[in-house]
Write a protein that binds this ligand. Structure first.
Ligand code: NAP
Length: 452
């Protein structure tokens, strides 16, 4: 009997409910085949980094979930939230019950700098800070000591900019967003005056995007400070800008910020956000187990335009900072039963195919790059490979009843999409009462209590 027909639908399990998982479901539903999709998610709530990564002061970006709601409306779609693959259900079990398993589990860990002192107290990762202020249940109890005047953020990607913006903003600028209540309370007590966002290369190589840079000039309490000398570009930098309109715009944006600062437009703002370039941290120095100083080494760039690399010059300076964040990229985590590439932090795959019957999409396929929309073509490419394999796919137990029995007997409360909609409504209502767009539940028990 051929697979992908109304009599024998293609049964696919998707692991992860972030953008890449939903775009993979969409691609399957748009195919010429009859498909059922069961989407497994560790949390009782969907949307991955759209919920736990996108900054609370960027609500428009989160509107993309309306598209995911439409995908979830497909009669072949089921959401199975509150189920951890590798713990509540094995990968092997999924393989027995589905023709194909597609992993879209993202990158929940982060890259390290591998410098002395990195594990001192008050040395944090941007990934955990982002998950904390976004109310992710696994990070809600993290404590960030914001009682120091100087904070250093290493890295100049959009995540670093998000962290700097959240640390820079006034409570009035944040209080109506869906930021976690615990984060708003902690930020209200912040004593931070200087934020240093430090790049190992120059302004022409900064990884953030122009829109994110522009917002730095619109902060109520914070002046952006840039050393004019850093904006004097080399011939190789100029050649890079010729090739890359986004980077060209970034530099124009930074020149604009510098001009505004020099014209006194930011005068009297109590906080300073210093954009520093050509510096790498080489050590964190502490007292009583906590970071107090960051040792920075000056870099020089070498290499062809577009491929310039930072190399240490040996010249070091020490910056007093009792608060340190590394923001040098996310990293995928391994899952039992799936081959993992340690060097890249992704599942071993060829264009999205791990092996016949196992596929992957999104950050766990290609690494932590691109914006939400980048995941759409990535997931569509993977689904194309999956469908090319259709004649080779098989399934030992074409029925999910045994899986559901197994979860029920283990006491797992599986959360459906209709259940999520109830949690969603409760969060929005709780937010309204506080003058916020949403007040997120940060404890899994509280999410499940809405359903009981
Ligand atoms: P990213 O864009 O890759 O930036 C990583 C930064 O870390 C770069 O500045 C990189 O510098 C630096 N870095 C890496 N290793 C380093 C080291 N050993 N020492 C010093 N610096 C180091 O990563 P991200 O900020 O985590 O963002 C991930 C993705 O999410 C990006 O594609 C980003 O655009 C996207 N995102 C988008 C939004 C938005 O659209 N609003 C918001 C958040 C995130 P080099 O350039 O020198 O390597």
């Amino acid at each position: 009997m051929s697979l992908g027909t109304p009599e024998t639908p293609l049964r696919v399990a998707i692991v992860g409910s972030g953008p890449s998982g939903f775009y993979a479901a969409e691609a399957l539903f748009k195919s010429d085949y009859t498909v059922t999709v069961d989407m497994y998610e560790k949390l009782p709530v969907p949307f991955g980094l759209v919920r736990s990564g996108v900054a609370p002061d960027h609500p428009k970006i989160k509107n993309v979930t309306r598209i995911y709601d439409k995908i979830a409306d497909n009669p072949g779609f089921q959401f199975l939230g509150n189920v951890t693959i590798g713990q509540d259900l094995s990968v092997e079990s999924l393989r027995q019950h589905y023709h194909a398993v597609l992993f879209a589990s993202g990158a929940s860990s982060d890259r390290r700098l591998n410098i002395p002192g990195e594990d001192l107290d008050r040395s944090y990762t941007a990934t955990e800070f982002v998950a904390w202020y976004n109310g992710h249940p696994e990070y809600k109890d993290r404590v960030f000591d914001l009682s120091r005047e100087n904070a250093v953020i290493i890295g100049q990607g959009n995540v670093a900019v998000d962290v700097c913006r959240i640390l820079s903003k006034s409570i009035d600028e944040l209080k109506e967003t869906d930021i976690a209540d615990h984060a708003l309370e902690a930020l209200a007590e912040s004593k931070i005056k200087n934020i240093y966002m430090i790049g190992r290369r120059g302004p022409a190589q900064a990884a953030f995007t122009p829109q994110e840079a522009k917002e730095l000039g619109e902060l109520e309490l914070t002046e952006v400070v840039i050393d004019p000398a850093d904006l004097e570009l080399s011939a190789a930098d100029e050649a890079e800008l010729e090739m890359n309109p986004a980077k060209r715009k970034n530099v124009a944006m930074m020149r604009d910020l510098l001009a505004k600062s020099q014209a006194g437009e930011f005068a009297n703002k109590p906080r300073k956000l210093h954009l520093m370039f050509f510096q790498s941290p080489v050590a964190l120095e502490g007292e009583n187990g906590s970071v107090e100083h960051v040792v920075l080494e000056r870099n020089a760039l070498s290499g062809e335009a577009g491929q310039q690399k930072a190399r240490g010059t040996g010249e070091t300076t020490t910056l007093d900072s009792g608060l340190f964040f590394r923001s040098v990229g996310y990293r995928g985590v391994p899952m039992a039963g799936v081959p993992f590439r340690e060097d890249w932090g992704v599942f071993q795959n060829e264009g999205g195919r791990i092996e016949t019957g196992m596929y992957t999409a999104g950050w766990i396929k290609r690494g932590p790059s691109g914006i939400i929309g980048t995941n759409k073509p990535c997931s569509y490419d993977t689904v194309k490979l999956l469908l090319e394999d259709l004649s080779l796919l098989h399934c030992e137990v074409p029925d999910t009843a045994p899986i559901k029995d197994q979860l029920a007997s283990a006491g797992v409360r599986v959360v459906s999409y209709a259940d999520w909609k109830k949690i969603d409504a409760a969060e929005v209502a709780a937010g309204e009462a506080k003058g916020k767009s949403r007040s997120k539940f940060t404890r899994i028990e509280d999410m499940l209590a809405v359903l009981s």
